[in-house]
Design a protein around this ligand. Sequence first.
Ligand code: ADE
Ligand code: ZN
Length: 339
Amino acid sequence: MEKFIRDLPKAELHLHIEGTLEPEMMFELAQRNNIDLPYKSVSEVRDAYNFTDLQSFLDIYYQGSEVLQKEQDFYDLTWAYLEKAASQNVRHTEIFFDPQCHTSRGIAFETVYQGIYQALQDGQTKLGISSNLILSFLRDLSAEEAFATLEQALPYKDTIPAVGLDSAEQGNPPSKFKEVFDRAQAEGFLTVAHAGEEGPPEYIWEAINLLKVSRIDHGVRSMEDPELLDYLVDKQIPLTVCPLSNVELKVFDSMAKHNLKKLLNLGICATVNSDDPSYFGGYIAENYQAAQSALDLTKQELYQLAKNSFQASFLSPESKHKLIAELDDYCRIADLAKA
Ligand code: ADE
Ligand code: ZN
């Protein structure tokens, strides 16, 4: 099963590039940029990753990202992620970046963008991984600050297909960003939003009805609203589920209690993703693996999750078709009847 999962052709659709900062690289960049870290060793960093909720994680995540200063730092961070993704047969990835986490520290938007984008270009040519960038607004900051960030992104909009919404969910509903998202859509951006991670199902409805999202990031609390579940199935609005993240941030008490399998079997276009792999104990294959063993996912269900990941992506219909054919071939060879 482990090998089947690792080599399964898949797409990753919910990955914060700042959340791939491994403690080893944190130390390397701190040294390179003359930054004092509040930790003495890599193991001390890992010991600090003991989260009680989303906010307790975000505090450490924002602090960690302060070692990212130069274009080369953003390049190295992204490249390390892409190499890891390639080793787990990620064929396509859609990556969030949080510009406000850096511009608020005096780092230029362009520095952040150029480092990440150059690595993504190299990921395509050297590793064969296609990618899309998603600019994510920090929802605990104001709508005005999100507008200013959108302005900074406009010169690069041809290479940033979508905008998203992340950070502290409770008390920061999607409705706060309706005007920003309207403007982003008028500029040609697609939209996604974190909703129903810690926040209530109403936030998922708002993301759909007000922000006109193409998919919901997390969305696991949709389970509390039968009408919403029906709607997600009917409209095939995908959920980018992140199992290890949900358990680490205590959205579920244990992986055995995760609702991924239920969502999938209701006919929802559920996908598996890693969110912030360096902080939550695993990249995409480890997320599939942890969910598989705790929920007893069959190969057929794993196939469906991988197929959903291509369907839910922002790839062209032709590219989706090609990658799903690759997945079908893989599963046929692995002796699994095609769905
Ligand atoms: N930023 C990085 N990871 C996040 C998550 N899981 N939820 C909200 N904001 C985030
Ligand atoms: Zn996330």
